[in-house]
Ligand binder design. Structure first.
Ligand code: TRP
Length: 346
């Protein structure tokens, strides 16, 4: 049997994992554990590039770690860790920085957007653009390459960063001899979930509480958010008005959520009713809220289970970090050797 492919991905630490994070990424991470050797990271060092509060960040990182376990990432099969517990990666980042061109970094769309938001594009006095923002993709490459990953499941918005990771790997391999597989982007078919309050935008925590549903959210507030979800004025757009047989964004989003919760048949039937002009929106909202209530209750239970079992959460986080360090350390040792630096005394 050929060795299993190594999968690597990272997620930003936020105190709340939303159903959007879950259906859009994490559920796929959970599935990949069956076929691949997976490594998943809570990228707290990447989070330093945006304004943040120190205590809040540490709390969010812990929360995201627990959320991943509760969502089904299995620490017996998978390495799941918080980025800052693995200093080997940060050193690799420095080594790789010297195989990365400044031109490439400054051309990254995400860098241009984020530095633009900070006032970088406008030339305003006093705009502070941390160099960490420019370096962000080098650290991301170090994440991936430290584990010599073959595949990286990420959204379209990360394609450019992945392309750069491959370029860095290639440059290293040709200059110092083969060490890194070129990581492929894995664009899985995931479910994009939109904001219930504004279904033209992605479900997101940063838009405010009405715009997301937490994976561990209490039933009452899940139901309230679905009840007040934006739909349309009740006139079913004909096929062609909004594209190939698509309902309005609000209705599509509810149908998507219903299907994602394991009720694809109900969703199909309700879509047919919609185009037949017989769908009652209260019924769609009712079923969707029920399905989400079941999902979030199960998730809350697993989360409580983990927190009950894990008396020493930070100890667990450190232990998972050790496991990741062993893997990253091996790669780093080879990279140091090839690049001509020393290894520190232990
Ligand atoms: N930049 C990624 C994002 O914003 C997160 C990330 C950091 C990542 N390191 C990674 C994703 C390594 C995949 C692999 O979504």
């Amino acid at each position: 049997m050929p060795p299993r492919k190594r999968v690597y991905s990272g997620i930003q630490p936020t105190a709340v994992m939303t159903v959007g994070n879950y259906f859009g990424a994490v559920q796929n991470w959970v599935r990949l554990q069956d076929e691949c050797d997976c490594v998943y990271c809570v990228v707290d060092l990447h989070a330093l590039t945006a304004p943040y509060d120190a205590a809040e960040l540490r709390r969010a990182s812990r929360e995201m770690f627990v959320s991943l376990l509760a969502a089904g990432i299995d620490p017996d099969r998978t390495t799941v860790y918080i980025q800052s517990t693995v200093p080997e990666q940060t050193e690799l980042c420095w080594l790789l920085a010297n195989l990365t061109s400044l031109g490439d970094l400054s051309r990254m769309t995400q860098f241009k957007e984020k530095s633009g938001l900070l006032g970088g594009g406008s030339g305003e006095d006093g705009a502070f653009i941390p160099a960490g923002l420019l370096f962000y993709p080098v650290l991301q490459a170090a994440d991936i390459l430290a584990y010599r990953a073959d595949r990286v499941p990420v959204g379209q918005d990360q394609s450019q960063h992945l392309e750069l990771s491959r370029r860095i790997a290639r440059r290293f391999n040709s200059r110092f001899g083969y060490l890194f597989p070129e990581p492929e982007t894995l664009h899985a078919t995931v479910t994009k979930v939109l904001s219930p309050a504004d279904p033209t935008r992605k479900m997101s925590k940063s838009l405010g509480p009405r715009h997301y549903i937490g994976l561990f959210e209490e039933e009452d507030s899940v139901r309230r958010k679905i009840r007040s979800a934006v739909t349309d004025s009740g006139v079913a757009p004909r096929t062609g008005d909004t594209g190939e047989g698509r309902a309005s964004p609000g209705i599509e989003n509810l149908l998507t959520l219903l299907a994602a919760c394991g009720h694809a048949d109900d969703a199909r039937r309700m879509r047919d009713d919609y185009f037949a002009g017989t769908l009652r929106y209260v019924d769609l909202k009712g079923l969707t809220a029920d399905a989400l209530a079941v999902l979030t209750a199960a998730m809350r239970e697993r989360r409580a289970d983990i927190l009950g079992r894990e008396k020493d959460l930070d100890g667990r986080i450190m232990a998972m970090g050790e496991q990741a360090r062993a893997m990253a350390g091996e790669t780093l040792a080879r990279a140091r050797e090839k690049m001509g630096t020393f290894r520190p005394a232990t």
